[in-house]
Design a protein around this ligand. Structure first.
Ligand code: ATP
Ligand code: PRP
Length: 217
């Protein structure tokens, strides 16, 4: 049996076509079911539903053999001990700095102002601003980062941006693009050795499906 850890929502939805390319169909509707272990059409494969930020932990400790998780989460929580063979190119977005429309970020940077930055991604933010030689005070939040500049909690946020609609809806503007983000296949190293015969073909099918998106039905 191989166990794949996925998070509900976009990672689950965007992994389904890759599983389909391997002839694997998840047999429960993740939106409706309360089950956390989902069977698939392949008797040797099951899916665990975990929080997005817990996927790497499950795989690292062998609670799952493999998983799909964002580069943001791997950078933030560390991907130690995980084999990361593939960028699946799903859940694509970018990590950016954003401020209120009326905040002059460029001049704050020029003047060496000490900015207050709210984010869920403190590690990524700390490294980014340190590389720029900027001193910032980081404020850790767990969601709704957009509220921080609007309420005076922070001057700037570091958050994920895709369409830009969330920023726009909250009168915020992207002022720096830190990095592109997508999701990776992560594999427990022991599982890769012990269950190679089952896992290797999956990696190969996923790699083929990513390289040939037109083949996906
Ligand atoms: P948790 O539920 O643990 O708080 P989360 O809310 O960040 O995590 P998701 O929103 O499902 O979980 O995001 C999962 C991954 O999808 C993120 O780690 C990121 O890599 C990517 N992602 C996040 N927001 C977007 C977006 N707007 N567009 C595309 N990809 C995104
Ligand atoms: C993410 C991110 C932004 C939004 C950006 O939130 O935290 O708020 O997407 O996407 P956009 O640029 O297309 O508007 P998400 O929708 O995942 O909500 P959550 O993290 O609060 O679950």
């Amino acid at each position: 049996m191989i166990t794949l850890a996925l998070s509900k929502g976009r990672i689950f939805d965007e992994t389904l076509p890759l599983l389909a390319a391997a002839g694997i169909e998840v047999l429960e509707d993740q939106q409706r079911s309360r089950k956390l272990i989902l069977p698939t059409s392949h008797s040797g494969v099951r899916v665990l539903l975990v929080r997005a930020s817990d996927v790497a932990t499950y795989v690292e400790y062998g609670g799952a053999d493999l998983g799909v998780t964002g580069k943001d989460i791997l950078l933030e929580h560390g991907g130690q001990g995980l084999y990361q063979p593939l960028d699946l190119r799903i859940a694509q977005c970018r990590m950016s700095v954003a401020v209120r429309l009326d905040f002059d970020y460029a001049s704050a940077v020029r003047q060496g102002a000490r900015l207050r930055v709210a984010t869920k991604y403190t590690r990524i933010a700390r490294e980014f601003f340190a590389d720029k030689g900027m001193h910032v005070d980081l404020i850790k939040l767990y969601g709704s980062m957009e509220l921080a500049p609007l309420t005076g909690l922070a001057d700037a946020i570091v958050d994920l941006v895709s369409t830009g609609n969330t920023l726009k809806a909250n009168q915020l503007i992207e002022v720096e693009r830190i990095m592109d983000i997508s999701s990776r296949l992560v594999i427990n190293q022991a599982a890769l050795k012990l269950k190679r015969a089952a896992i290797r073909p999956l990696i190969d099918v996923f790699a083929h499906a990513i390289a040939n998106p037109a083949d996906a039905s």
